[in-house]
Design a binder for this molecule. Structure first.
Ligand code: SF4
Length: 378
């Protein structure tokens, strides 16, 4: 097996005792199913001294790490920003795009984006309208403007080189704890706990035996993430990547694929019968149809469509055809205006439409003109 990162703990899973290794051992020592949580995570086990408990806990953690590393090696999705194939800036762009958007959907946008603006400096100098148009249907388009603001700071204050420290990264526009940690781990190979929804869900299920309830990460979740992080920096990167990947494609929120899970034999949540599967602390998501978010999306899409028409016309006029496709990065500089009638035709509820147009203007994603037409910012 080829090793991408880490060493010394990638031998075949079967060599460590095979299926059921941890739980058979724990059960054999008298750890009942319901008593498992405290027994193997934080507490002591009836009749066992603390050293033995700690040893078993470490063995269980090692086993999970090992199984996940093997699984990552053979199953990781081949995304273009992985495996050292892009710059730290490219990793940061992928992380910003992937927030609230599935990674598989991000790929064509990221690829086109990085072709057009391969570094912070080029993005910093781009026209706002181009940046907004290139964001396409990724959703939450304010992220595009924040990313450009971030690029402007990196270009001007760091000479186009992404800073490497947590404090410097989190001081950049639009970069929070998660993105900074992800960049430090995935781009710079630093040992740092990356804490996102997927990772929290997997860790809570496997090691605590409970459903992670969403909302803000609790102190206990952060402590657990740090506690489980391998000491070796290279191994910590694989750990972060593999736990996150497992949460994205196997241990999903509503329908975990436990049958094919590489750590099913080590998972306390499965052993307990998946209690409270899918429970959320936060309110259920608002339906999308008819929401302001949907109407805002309609307005932005109408502007992008208008822009594509203009580009096609310009390309046809030049006798070369224009390439302005979904997910693609279009050519700059056009004045993209939607007249008042075209705006009005987008949605029947005028009050809601006005509210959404005003909020897009406030966010800097469009400009409202005196005759009630709108345009992409230039
Ligand atoms: S066994 Fe099921 S619940 Fe446990 S980690 Fe795997 S997919 Fe998630």
């Amino acid at each position: 097996m080829a090793e991408r990162e880490g060493k010394g703990w990638r031998e075949d899973v079967g060599g460590r005792g095979g299926k059921g290794y941890v739980w058979k051992r724990l059960e054999g020592k008298g750890a009942g199913k319901e008593g498992g949580r405290m027994d193997h995570v934080h507490g002591t086990m009836g009749g066992m001294d603390e050293q033995a408990v700690n040893r078993q806990r470490e063995e269980q953690r090692d086993d999970v790490r090992h199984r996940l590393a093997v699984w990552w090696e053979v199953s990781a999705r081949d995304l273009p920003w992985r495996f050292g194939r892009t710059t730290p800036w490219g990793v940061l762009v992928s992380e910003v795009m992937s927030q609230q958007t599935q990674m598989s959907r991000v790929v064509p946008y990221w690829t086109a984006w990085m072709n057009q603006w391969p570094d912070a400096r080029s993005l910093a100098a781009a026209a706002k309208a181009d940046v907004i148009a290139a964001w396409g249907r990724l959703g939450y388009p304010r992220r595009a403007l924040r990313l450009q603001e971030c690029a402007q700071v990196v270009a001007s204050q760091y000479d186009d080189v992404l800073p490497r420290t947590y404090d410097e990264l989190t001081a950049l526009p639009g970069i929070g704890d998660y993105t900074a940690s992800a960049v430090m781990s995935f781009a710079f190979g630093e040992r740092i706990a990356v804490i996102d929804t997927n990772i929290r869900r997997v860790l809570s299920r496997v090691f605590v035996g409970e459903e992670s309830l969403g909302g803000a990460a609790s102190r206990a979740e952060r402590e657990l993430a740090w506690e489980l992080l391998p000491q070796d920096a290279a191994q910590s990167v694989v750990w972060n990547e593999s736990v996150m990947e497992l949460g994205a494609v196997v241990c999903t929120a509503k329908a975990p694929l436990c049958e094919s899970c590489p750590i099913r034999e080590c998972c306390l949540f499965l052993q307990r019968g998946l209690p409270g599967l899918g429970l959320k602390r936060t309110r259920p998501r608002q339906r999308f149809a008819g929401t302001d978010r949907m109407v805002r999306g309609l307005v932005m899409q109408a502007l992008r469509d208008r822009r594509a028409e203009l580009l096609a016309d310009a390309g046809a006029a030049a006798g070369m055809g224009a390439a302005a496709s979904e997910g693609g990065v279009a050519q700059p500089v056009l004045r993209v205006v939607l007249d008042a009638d075209a705006v009005r035709a987008l949605w029947k509820d005028e009050n809601q439409l006005d509210r959404c147009v005003a909020s897009l203007d406030e966010d800097g994603l469009i400009e409202m003109l005196p005759d009630r037409s709108i345009m992409l910012p230039e």
